[in-house]
Ligand binder design. Structure first.
Ligand code: ADP
Ligand code: MG
Length: 618
C-alpha cells in the first residue's frame, strides 16, 4: 500500500475560521455589513461607523445595544456560537440578521480585532475588552465604556496577502462600504446612523429623519421630488412599502434599485424583473427606475440561509412574490396618471362679465346663426365682405375652448366640424363628435414639423411628439384588434409558406382577419393576402405576417410595436390643423397615453410654474 502524503485531520480552529472568512468577509464593506447587522440585532438605537483608508487600516462600529457579558466575550468570537437561534426550527422563522455565528470569528481570524462591551447586570458595573490577533485570543481586560458594544477591526487581511491583492483602491473600497452602510441605514428610521471617513463625517441620519427624508439626503432632488409612496397590504401576509420614482425620471443604471425583504437588503433578479415589468410602459430597454422597496413577508416564506453573506434570499413561492411586487407597483403607477386627464375634463369657470371678442367664420346660410347671434350678441361685420365673421363682444359660453383659436387658424381650418359649435352650444347638448365640447386644449401650431403645441385650459403649455403619439394610437388599435377598415391591395401579397408556417397560419387565421388582413391559402403552400389594415405599408404588412407565422407563441405585442412604429406618422411631416386635432383626440382616448410603446414619452407639459421660474418671477 502506498503511503498517503497526508492523513485526514481536523483543521485547527484558526484555519477553519480563515477559510470561512473567505466566504463571509470578502472585503471591508462586508465586514462593515456584519458589524452593523450585529448592532441591529442587539437592538441599538444609535450606530456609528468609522473607516480609515478604505477600511483596510481600520473599521470601527459602536452601538448602544444590549451589550455582551464578560463571560460571553470569548464565545462571541468562537465559531458557531450565537445567541440568536437554538435549534433548526427557529431558523425557519428567523427575524434577526445574524444566526450563523460565523462573522466575528471569521473577521477576528484575518485582522487585529478588538471587541469591547458594556453589559449591565447586578453583579458589576464594568465593561471589558477582548483582543484577538489573527485568530489568537488575548487576555480579557476591563476598560472604561458606559454603554453598548464597540468593535475595531485593524489591518484587515494582513495575514492573507492573496486576499489583500484582491482589494480595490481605498477610495473604491470606501465607496462600497458607504453604500452598504447607507442601504442598511435607509430602511431603519428608528435608528440614528453616523458614518465617518477618518474624522470626517460623511453621512448622518438622525432619529427625526424618516425613510423619505433619508432618501432625500442621498439622492438628487430631481429624483426624490416626484416620488410616489407605496404602502400596500397586498394580501394577508405580504405588504410592500417604499418610494418609487416617477416614470418620467428614468435612469440608465440599475444601481438605484434598493430592494429589501423584511428590511434585509437583497439583490434579486426576479424582483428586478417584476419592477421593470411594472414600469414597462414607460421604460425603454436601457432604462431603470429608482426606488426603495421593502417587501414584508412571513419569515417562513423565505430562506435567508442561501449565502454566507445573506445578500440573497430564496422565496418559497417566487411567482406569488413576483405578482405581488408587479401588481402593487403597477397599481401605484397607474393611480397617478402622469398624463392627468382631469386637466382636460375640467370645465373652466368663465367669468361671464369678461368682455371678450370671438371671431369665427361661419356659413351664413346656417339656420342656427340667428339663434347664435342673439345669445352671444354676435354680428356680421359689414365692412368685411370677402368672408363672413361673427363678432361676439360679451360673453363666452362655458366649456368652450375653441374660441381664441379663431385668430390663429389657417383658412382650411374652418371646416364643417368647427361650424358645428353653433349647433351644440345649447345647454346639455354635448355631441361627442364636436371637438370643442370635449374641452380639448387649444391647438396652437406645429413646431419643426414634429411637435404639436397646445395650450391647456389651465394655462399650461402642452407639447405632443406626433410620432410617439401616433405610434401609441396605432399600437392600441392593433392590440385591441380594432379594425377600422381594410385597404385593398391591387397587387395581392403572395407568400410561400413552409409547412410549419402553414400550421401556424391555420391557428392564426381568425386573428389576421380581426386585424384587417384578408388572407387565404390558395394552393398547398401559397398565402395570398389582398387586404391589409390601413396602418400598414405593404412591406411592413408582409414582414408582420412573416413574423407572426414564425412562431405561434411569439410575443405578438412586440410585433404590433414594430408595425405601429413603421406605420406611424414620422417626424418632419406637416400636419393640418384638423389632423392635429384628430390626432390629439385619438391619443386622448388611449388607455395608456403617457408613453409610446417603446417607452418614450408622448408629451411634455410646461406648467405655469415652470414658465414663471424660467422668467425668474419666482
Ligand atoms: P451571529 O450574528 O450570526 O450570531 P456573529 O459572529 O456575528 O454571529 O456574532 C456572535 C454573537 O456575538 C452574536 O450572536 C451576539 O450574541 C454577539 N454580538 C455580536 N455583536 C454584538 C453587538 N454589537 N452587540 C451585542 N452582541 C453582539
Ligand atoms: Mg452577526
Amino acid at each position: 500500500m502506498e503511503n498517503r502524503e497526508t492523513n485526514i485531520r481536523i483543521l485547527p480552529p484558526e484555519l477553519a475560521n480563515q477559510i470561512a472568512a473567505g466566504e463571509v468577509v470578502e472585503r471591508p464593506s462586508s465586514v462593515l455589513k456584519e458589524l452593523i447587522e450585529n448592532s441591529l440585532d442587539a437592538k441599538a438605537t444609535s450606530i456609528t461607523a468609522m473607516i480609515e483608508d478604505g477600511g483596510q487600516a481600520c473599521i470601527k462600529v459602536s452601538d448602544n445595544g444590549v451589550g455582551i457579558p464578560q463571560e460571553e466575550l470569548q464565545l462571541a468570537v468562537t465559531r458557531h456560537a450565537t445567541s440568536k437561534i437554538k435549534n433548526i426550527s427557529e431558523l425557519s422563522t428567523i427575524s434577526s440578521f445574524g444566526f450563523r455565528g460565523e462573522a466575528l470569528p471569521s473577521i477576528a481570524s484575518v485582522s487585529r480585532f478588538r471587541i469591547a462591551s458594556y453589559f449591565h447586570n447586578n453583579k458589576e458595573d464594568q465593561a471589558y475588552a477582548l483582543d484577538v490577533h489573527y485568530g489568537e485570543m488575548k487576555e480579557i481586560q476591563p476598560i472604561p465604556l458606559r454603554c453598548g458594544t464597540q468593535i475595531e477591526v485593524r489591518n484587515l487581511f494582513n495575514n492573507i496577502p492573496a486576499r489583500l491583492k484582491f482589494l480595490k483602491t481605498p477610495s473604491t473600497e470606501f465607496k462600497k462600504a458607504q453604500e452598504i452602510f447607507t442601504r442598511t441605514a435607509l430602511i431603519q428610521p428608528s435608528i440614528a446612523f453616523d458614518f465617518f471617513a477618518g474624522t470626517r463625517e460623511v453621512l448622518s441620519f438622525s432619529l427625526q429623519d424618516s425613510i423619505y427624508q433619508r432618501l432625500c439626503k442621498i439622492w438628487a432632488p430631481s429624483i426624490t421630488k416626484d416620488m410616489l409612496e407605496v404602502m400596500t397590504q397586498y394580501d394577508e401576509e405580504i405588504s410592500i412599502e417604499g418610494f418609487i420614482s416617477d416614470p418620467r425620471s428614468l435612469y440608465s443604471r440599475g444601481d438605484k434599485l434598493l430592494i429589501y425583504v423584511n428590511k434585509r437588503p437583497v439583490t434579486d433578479k426576479m424582483l428586478v424583473k417584476a419592477i421593470r415589468q411594472a414600469y414597462q410602459r414607460s421604460l425603454t430597454t436601457k432604462d431603470y427606475p429608482q426606488l426603495l422597496l421593502n417587501i414584508n413577508i412571513p419569515p417562513e416564506e423565505i430562506d435567508v440561509n442561501v449565502h454566507p453573506a445573506k445578500s440573497e434570499v430564496r422565496f418559497r413561492d417566487e411567482k406569488r412574490i413576483f405578482k405581488a411586487v408587479y401588481s402593487v407597483l403597477d397599481k401605484t403607477l397607474s393611480q397617478k396618471l402622469f398624463f392627468n386627464q382631469d386637466v382636460f375634463k375640467e370645465t373652466q369657470n368663465f367669468d361671464a362679465q369678461t368682455p371678450y371678442t370671438y371671431i369665427k367664420e361661419v356659413n351664413p346660410s346656417q339656420s342656427e346663426f340667428s339663434d347664435f347671434s342673439e345669445r352671444f350678441n354676435a354680428t356680421i361685420p359689414k365692412e368685411d365682405i370677402s368672408s363672413t365673421y361673427i363678432e361676439s363682444p360679451h360673453v363666452k359660453p362655458a366649456g368652450f375652448w375653441g374660441e381664441v383659436n379663431a385668430y390663429g387658424m389657417k383658412k382650411q381650418d374652418f371646416s364643417d366640424k368647427n361650424t358645428e359649435i353653433i349647433g351644440s352650444l345649447e345647454e346639455g347638448k354635448t355631441e361627442k363628435k364636436n371637438i370643442y365640447t370635449n374641452n380639448i386644449p387649444l391647438f396652437l401650431c406645429q413646431i419643426a414639423s414634429t411637435y404639436l403645441l397646445y395650450k391647456l385650459p389651465s394655462n399650461e403649455v402642452f407639447i405632443l411628439d406626433q410620432h410617439a403619439v401616433h405610434e401609441r394610437v396605432l399600437f392600441e388599435r392593433l392590440a385591441k384588434k380594432q379594425k377600422i377598415e381594410t385597404q385593398t391591395l391591387l397587387l395581392p401579397l403572395r407568400l410561400n409558406l413552409h409547412p410549419s408556417e402553414k400550421e401556424v397560419f391555420f391557428e392564426m387565421q381568425n386573428t389576421f382577419e380581426e386585424l384587417g388582413f384578408n388572407c387565404t391559402l390558395s394552393n398547398e403552400n401559397t398565402l395570398i393576402c389582398d387586404g391589409i389594415p390601413p396602418e400598414f405599408q405593404q412591406t411592413s404588412a408582409e414582414n408582420f405576417i412573416r413574423e407572426a407565422l414564425k412562431n405561434k407563441n411569439a410575443d405578438i405585442s412586440s410585433k404590433f410595436m414594430d408595425a405601429a412604429c413603421d406605420a406611424a406618422l414620422k417626424a418632419n411631416q406637416n400636419l393640418t390643423y384638423t389632423e392635429a386635432i384628430e390626432l390629439y383626440q385619438q391619443w386622448a382616448n388611449c388607455d395608456e397615453p403617457d408613453f409610446c410603446p417603446h417607452g418614450r414619452p408622448c408629451y411634455i407639459l410646461l406648467e405655469r410654474k415652470i414658465l414663471d421660474k424660467l422668467f425668474k418671477r419666482i
